[in-house]
Design a protein around this ligand. Sequence first.
Ligand code: 13P
Length: 248
Amino acid sequence: MRKKIVIANWKMNHDFYETTSFLRSFLRIIFEKKINHNKEIIIAPSFPFLHISNQILQGTILHVAAQNIHYMEKGSYTGEVSVSMLKSIGIQKVILGHSERREFFYEKNDILLKKIKIALKYGFHIIFCVGETDIERNKNQQFNVVKNQLKETVFHCSLNDIRSFYIAYEPIWAIGTGKTATFEQVQKMHQFIRSLFLEKYGINLSILYGGSINENNAKDFFLQKDIDGGLIGNSSLELEKFIKIVQS
Ligand code: 13P
């Protein structure tokens, strides 16, 4: 089940021109540098550019993910995007539970569980994020916090559905702050998360780390035995940096 994965979460960055020129240049560089196929590379652009991104990347080793979905199939939810809309333009992956959605858009575990259910109903692959705040870590509550986030969401899923998940551990205090968790802190948490899934489902999932990964520290993170890849924010916006991370 475990694979090497790098995901670019562009958040609310890159307009149409920046998105399309990044992807075209990225494909050219991948071809020139013969970046091999033993890893999964996923790009998560903004909603308006998912369609064109998917068209550009069709038939290549790169995949596209949405950054969010609504939990209803359709209806009067002004400004929202449904999973069936995304499916109709060929999108099959989505990031859920990101701390920025939890913090700025008040997405609690019950909402996230609804989103998981609708995503699975439409056959989506889910990159599900968990992570503690600095206050929680200072109180040494990080393991309980993460376990609870999983217990109230992903752990409601069947064994069959679990195969559709990657888990991303993103300690909130390390996101966009330039403050990275130490390799040991991340390794310990990943080992813990892995053991929870092994215990409950007997499945060895891919677990990614996210939080101020850059082209200089990526390799050391990826060398840790329970880190299968990265969910990259800021450093995925610049092509050169992102290529170096992918090569790591
Ligand atoms: P940064 O890499 O900017 O810290 O963001 C991490 C993240 O939130 C990826 O989803």
